[in-house]
Design a protein around this ligand. Structure first.
Ligand code: G1P
Length: 297
């Protein structure tokens, strides 16, 4: 029997400089799409996939993120008293079991691979997930759940994958692939942020991973890679050199790059339109500005 994936690492130590000045005092992961913080979308996806232990790799200034996961008994009581039961349910749904969340501090900003490595003692010798909350994925079946179902068949390590514009390859980890097996592609090499003309394909890694614990051993030995940082991509690429299986998984769903302002705004519109109580007003507004735009051309 394959070991179940019950632990997920959420690397949230980044400074979020692209969202300054907001991120001077608000951690990027607390910024909201409609009314839910980015991190809540990631937690909901992880819970739906059967994750039980949530490991946040944080840094200085992320206190609001830790506070966010505290229960709010006074607020709950107040809502109950006022009969605001729907809001109460919204709030209660975000409550986490005692002890389900651990926070580890990344003492130095040495990159994503290093952030994941910081959680090694909490992972031990089990497969684990990594979720980057910047990548928000809207899907009927949550992306990580799709991956875990596929992983139960394949084992090894698996990364979410999506085709990107070739010119954008230098913003991603890029896969060098061999066989295609439906949603799965066998990976024979991986490179972090290659120059567009050196990219082995335009199949990019998106921020969902299921990793064998041997990836942590590889991170032990890594020196800095692309951009002077310790790269998770390099540690996964070593799995292939060590003759362990690595797969790319073409997930079904729409991915928003909420690490960029344009992506964040697109996600805001998409998630707004998905909400029944907002849909009519918002789409009427969008149509009205589209008309103004056309008239101006
Ligand atoms: C990270 C990873 C990269 C991956 C990307 C997905 O890069 O290093 O391999 O393609 O996330 O969003 P970052 O966006 O943190 O620079």
């Amino acid at each position: 029997m394959r070991k179940k994936v019950t632990k997920a690492i959420f690397p949230v130590a980044g400074m979020g400089t692209r969202f300054l000045p907001a991120t001077k005092s608000v951690p990027k992961e607390i910024m909201t799409l409609v009314d839910r913080p980015l991190v809540q979308y990631a937690i909901d996806e992880a819970r739906a996939a059967g994750i039980k232990e949530f490991i946040f790799v944080t840094s200085r200034g992320k206190g609001a993120l830790e506070d966010y996961f505290d229960h709010a008994p006074q607020l709950e009581q107040e809502l109950r008293k006022k009969g605001k039961l729907e809001l109460l349910k919204t709030l209660e749904d975000t409550n986490m079991d005692s002890g389900a969340i651990a926070y580890i501090r990344q003492h130095k900003a040495l990159g994503l691979g290093h952030a994941v490595w910081c959680a090694r003692r909490l992972i031990g010798n089990e497969p684990f997930a990594v979720m980057l909350p910047d990548d928000v994925i809207a899907a009927d079946k949550p992306c990580l759940k799709q991956m875990i179902e596929a992983y139960e068949e394949t084992g090894g390590s698996m990364v979410a994958a999506m085709e990107v514009e070739p010119a954008r390859a230098s913003s991603y980890g890029i896969l060098d692939t061999s066989e295609e097996q439906g949603d799965l592609v066998k990976v024979k090499g991986m490179v972090e942020k290659p120059a567009a003309d050196k990219a082995p394909s335009n199949l990019a890694v998106i921020g969902r991973y299921i990793l064998a614990p041997t990836v942590l051993k590889n991170l032990n030995k890594l020196k800095s890679g692309s951009g002077g940082e310790i790269q998770l991509t390099d540690a996964i690429a070593q799995e292939i050199e060590q003759e362990r299986d690595v797969y790319g998984f073409r997930f079904r769903g729409q991915r928003f790059d909420c690490g960029s302002k344009a992506g964040f705004l697109q996600a805001t519109v998409a998630f707004g339109l998905a909400r029944e109580e907002l849909r009519d007003d918002l789409s009427a507004y969008l149509q009205s500005i589209a008309q103004v735009d056309r008239a101006a051309q």
